[in-house]
Design a protein around this ligand. Sequence first.
Ligand code: NAP
Length: 240
Amino acid sequence: MKKALVTGASGGIGQAVAARLCRDGYHVILNCFHSVEAAQRLCAQLNAERSGCAEIACADVSDFAQTEAMFRAAGDIDVLVNNAGIAQQKLFTDLTEEDWQRMIGVNLTGVFHCCRLALPGMIHRKAGRIINISSMWGQVGASCEVHYSAAKAGVIGLTKALAKEVGPSGITVNCIAPGVIDTPMNAQLDAETMHELAEETPLCRIGTPEDVAAAVSFLASPEAGFITGQILGVNGGFVI
Ligand code: NAP
């Protein structure tokens, strides 16, 4: 059975991606960091649907040693979904060195760690799929989220460069840039703000985690075998 590792599988988008990949027939490794109970609930639910299709791996992806231990235990990975991420809204002039390092550490260095650890096996087998979750704010920039936008733009650059480097080894590297998606990451936004964001969206709604999971499923599928280095907007037309 093909194996997929989804980082941040305890959160909104990660849970939907993990569930979708399980239903697509993968054995899925659910990475989590703080929210172990949420990952355990999902793991139990998925294993009840198809026995043995999911397992949990806790690691802080910004920490190389923890991430390395997770990959060593996981074995060969066919599909890596780099989804773990944090958000923070702050004026640029209020950002501290610690804010900056934490944001880059999780949202960009975490992607580096996971790609670095998954790729030797993929290169050896001359096959593999890497799907990075960036953000539309990495494409166009968000006010009061400069460090988030910089990290997510970094993920886009990493995706394009890595796709060129590992394409000859039969590996595709793509990126999804979601728009506003209804997850705990946006829990601090009030109902009025969410309504305004939906109104600003040409398709007139907020996205769902399942919208993103469907795009991941496609990019992982054989049908996407000639697609690499691409940034797929799942944003209802918010950024075109
Ligand atoms: P979420 O519900 O807050 O989930 C975030 C996930 O990232 C959680 O599973 C969390 O795990 C994990 N995580 C955070 N720090 C981690 C670390 N150091 N190591 C390992 N895992 C870590 O957010 P979401 O909306 O699903 O976001 C998923 C991805 O989509 C993120 O990369 C985000 O930037 C991106 N995105 C989201 C939106 C949106 O509107 N929601 C839009 C564009 C892009 P624990 O809770 O277990 O620590």
